[in-house]
Design a protein around this ligand. Structure first.
Ligand code: CP
Length: 317
């Protein structure tokens, strides 16, 4: 595997989960794989879990890591070609990317949707430039439309906790005061659609995800109906995808917050969220603190998903 930006890059999901569970049993068994290899992690946006778990995964493999927060200490980057650079951005991404490639063997990139152009976001303009111009394998640490390391960790977690072969998994929108990207729900849907689970999506009218991510999932605009019989409830906020509201908050309806009453509609479901989460907007204190909350195991599995991805990339060098 050279690059990792979508579920397509990981291949068969049974094999990927099997490898992840083996790695989890002995995460230090491959310490020579990354010896004298350098991972450069580039953050255009903030992170806690991705930053720490990916560094830890690289360390497990014996890699060196360099972390660059583009907006803290680096030159401000121009990303548009053809711009007369007489403003406050002294460096162009088209030079910065190949320069970054000189100092590493593998590049991880976090670059969220900008919400200024749906076309730019959905064509993955930033991460695709890294793939094109860096000369290095590139993996997504959350791009404009997908967060595959998170989805892989979520899949590992569901496989660890499921008690039936074909669990019902519900992805539900929940309220949030600010506009968030669609990357996590898009990606979660993309991965769930590759499983044999019963997968459904619940969101208010106007919040349907892009059809290529919804796939064959049934979409409910009534959350209670969707939650009935659920084995896993994956809550997440996202901003509107559909025009003319792309990237906007069009509802903060707290009737969609996941509460104990909402969880009572389910089949004693596990609660999932990628974190960070706004308590009592997305989920009540009681639910996130309950024994059925998987938010910490999901975060722990981020180390494992990153390690599998790095191993596969290193093996391709
Ligand atoms: N879930 C996740 O990606 O967390 P961070 O934004 O903190 O990396």
């Amino acid at each position: 595997m050279r690059n990792f930006t979508t579920v397509d890059d990981i291949g068969d999901l049974h094999n990927a989960v099997k490898q992840a569970l083996e790695v989890k049993q002995n995460r230090f068994a491959y310490q020579n794989l990354g010896r004298n290899r350098t991972l450069l992690m580039i953050f255009f946006n903030s992170s806690l879990r991705t930053r720490l778990s990916t560094q830890k995964a690289a360390m497990n493999l014996g890699m060196n890591t360099i972390v660059l927060d583009v907006n803290q200490g680096a030159w401000k980057l121009e990303t548009e070609r053809g711009v007369i650079m007489d403003g406050d951005k002294p460096e162009h991404l088209l030079e910065a990317i190949p320069v970054m490639g000189c100092y590493c063997d593998v590049i991880g990139v976090r670059a969220f949707a900008g919400f200024t152009s749906k076309d730019d976001d959905y064509s993955e303009k930033i991460i695709n430039q890294f793939i094109k111009y860096s000369g290095r394998p590139v993996f997504s640490m959350e791009a404009a439309t997908r967060h595959p390391l998170q989805s892989f960790a979520d899949l590992i977690t569901i496989e660890e906790y499921k008690t039936v072969q074909r669990p019902k998994v519900v992805l539900t929108w929940a309220p949030h005061p600010k506009a968030l990207p669609q990357a996590v729900p898009n990606s979660f849907a993309e991965w769930m659609n590759r499983t044999d689970y019963e997968f459904v999506i619940a969101n208010p009218e106007g919040y349907d995800l892009a059809p290529q991510f919804v796939g064959n999932a049934k979409v409910y605009h009534n959350q209670d109906e969707a939650l009935r019989g659920a084995d896993f409830v994956y809550a997440k906020n996202w901003s509107a995808y559909q025009d003319p509201n792309y990237g906007k908050v069009i509802s903060t309806d707290r009737n969609w917050t996941i509460t104990t009453e909402k969880m009572a509609l389910t089949n004693n479901a596990y609660f999932m969220h990628c974190l960070p989460v706004r308590r009592n907007m997305i989920v009540s204190d009681d639910v996130i603190e309950s024994e059925r909350s998987l938010v910490i195991p999901e975060a722990a599995n981020r180390e494992i998903s990153a390690q599998v991805v790095l191993m596969r990339i290193l093996q391709s060098l």
